[in-house]
Design a protein around this ligand. Sequence first.
Ligand code: FES
Length: 776
Amino acid sequence: MTGLVAPAEAESAADGTATDPRGCPVSARAAAFDPFGDAYQQDPPEAVRWSRQEEPVFYSPALGYWVVTRYDDVKAVFRDNVLFSPSIALEKITPVSDEATATLARYGYAMRRTLVNEDEPEHMPRRRLLMDPFTPAELAHHEPMVRRLAREYVDRVVDSGKADLVEEMLWEVPLTVALHFLGVPEEDMATLREYSIAHTVNTWGRPSPEEQVAVAESVGRFWQFAGTVLEKLRENPDGPGWMPYSIRAQREQPEVITDSYLHSIMMAGIVAAHETTANAAANAVKLLLENRSVWEEICADPSLIPNAVEECLRHSGSVAAWRRLVTADATIGGMAVPAGAKLLIVNSSANRDDRHFEDADAFDIRRENAGDHLTFGYGSHQCMGKNLARMELQVFLEELTTRLPHMELVPEQRFTYVPNTSFRGPEHLWVRWDPAANPERSDPSVLDRHRPVRIGEPAARRITRTVTVEAIERETADVVVVTLADGAGKPLPSWTPGAHVDLDLGGLSRQYSLCGDPEDRQRYRIAVLREPEGRGGSRHVHERLAPGDTLTLRGPRNHFRLDPTARRHVLVAGGIGITPVIAMADRLRATGADYRLHYCGRSPEAMPLLERARRDHGARLSVHCGSDGTRLDVPALLAEPEDGVQIYACGPRQLLDALAEHTAHWPEDTLHVEHFTAEHRSLDPEREHAFDVELADSGLTVRVAPDRTVLAALRAAGVDVQSDCEEGLCGSCEVPVLDGAVDHRDSVLTKAERAACDRMMTCCSRAAGDRLRLAL
Ligand code: FES
């Protein structure tokens, strides 16, 4: 391992205050920051909350590092691996004693660069060469093995009533999975465990001089063990696993993958694949059991597990902080940081940044952007094993919630952590339960229930909440208004006018605009038109739904937003299309904006929410009824184009088409319409062409075949992109475009946004040419 961290580089000013390497005084809080103190060890994001709020980049004299704590800054550092070199990621954070150095030398310890800490131009060619076994398609082969191991380890304790889950499952299973994944023999597990802990303390911890020698002994033996296993594998390099794959890759490109590189990644791979996952699993189970109602929710509805995993990784991930070296004078979060500065980038703090995550301290397994967490890093050095870890966590939680839903934390246990800056997880996790109440004793079939694991970040469409039907009120002969409240009585997510939710109704997913009061966080209101020719969702509501029923809901989402800068708003609703429009009208009235509401229908009796519209928007409302000859004259309404006017419309297709036709001579993007069905053509491989997508942040190039969407190709390459509708309707799969012409096929972007060509919806839009460059 190269280079030692110098003790505090800070100097003391004449008055005794500490200064940073530029000679500027550091604040009292920065001076007091101690990453090995109890506060940081117990709760890193809490310990630097003051920094997120007041001083997002500060110099720590105790550590000799600059500390970065806000989401945008941490992500920016991860993104630029040239200005912020990863070369110090594995450097020992505490200077090593001469004796420990001599001990390591005795074992021939020569850990060099690995995928984690190497610079360009070496890194990306190696990463590309070695990443195939990490693609979702390859990882899927490991799922049965992970399930088998999780089952076996729970079998061992299920009848005991009490267990230290770390000791008896969560440490050893990821270790065994790691060994399988790497392709190394399943042996010497106890020794490996000892080695693994020693490696963490050696690199990220602060051992005393005496401890350093003992740690160095273990690390030296670990190094030699890794070498022995590597030699064994070289004798039979055709076997399964990442190490045999790497040995074969070395044969093809020995100049890219050297002998010492293989030895280094062998040792680092065991730690990386095992320890972070073991810690993440222990953190997740602890967090879920501490939030009992959430644990009970995932026991009752295992479809929540993928997003619960993501939220656990965000809220209490196993990687608290990472390190980078500044290679040229830089500015981070407005702070000038000199070349040569060392950075502690606290990704666990970034994950609790309210600027990026709404109510960031809350543990919310339905948080839609939980997957934005930086626990796996970001960019070209993002953790390659992230999807293996996600798979393991999902399987562990499924097994534990199925077999031990009644398990609870043993009260008053004190959680301890291996002291270090970066990896984090409790050393012990005691749980207890009543074996007589084990579900499998009364119903052995629970053991056969499996949900397919989702490899990769959960899609937004899986992020659901349970709501209860509070009331169903008849509005017209064909329309009912349904009031929904959170199943557990908690506040519902806030929403803005134009938002919709997705409801699962009798096996169908249907979208409904919200038409209640956005200030009321206790309930949502939707209006549902009976559609005899529809797919059956509305029939379900009208014929079967009753107060007290529970439903699964997704969202809210909004891709029909009011433009607050418009000089005047024209709102046009047809029939049931009044639902998003009336919420917009309410907002415009409340803010004193200039607006006009045109409401069209067959007859007053058939127009839902008409009384409310009359009551609340009387003078600004025009009612147009076929029955009394006051039909909306669209050509007349739109005859004279006006600058600064925005038109929002929702209603039958004919109405929307007429509005589109008669706004053709208006300024671009005047008309906004709400779509509930996709217009884009489905993918016809005969008519599509293949193209390349170059990913600027991760350094990858992904080929998009004619029969694949960009979204699918990115996911197959292990790149996380959110999605929801996957029909070009919701905007959740949007990614920034840096270069290349886009063939836009979504219903989200306006004409001007399309023309700017700086973003695209990856679920449906494609490259117009043969290449796109994305900021991913
Ligand atoms: Fe909804 Fe792509 S996932 S627009």
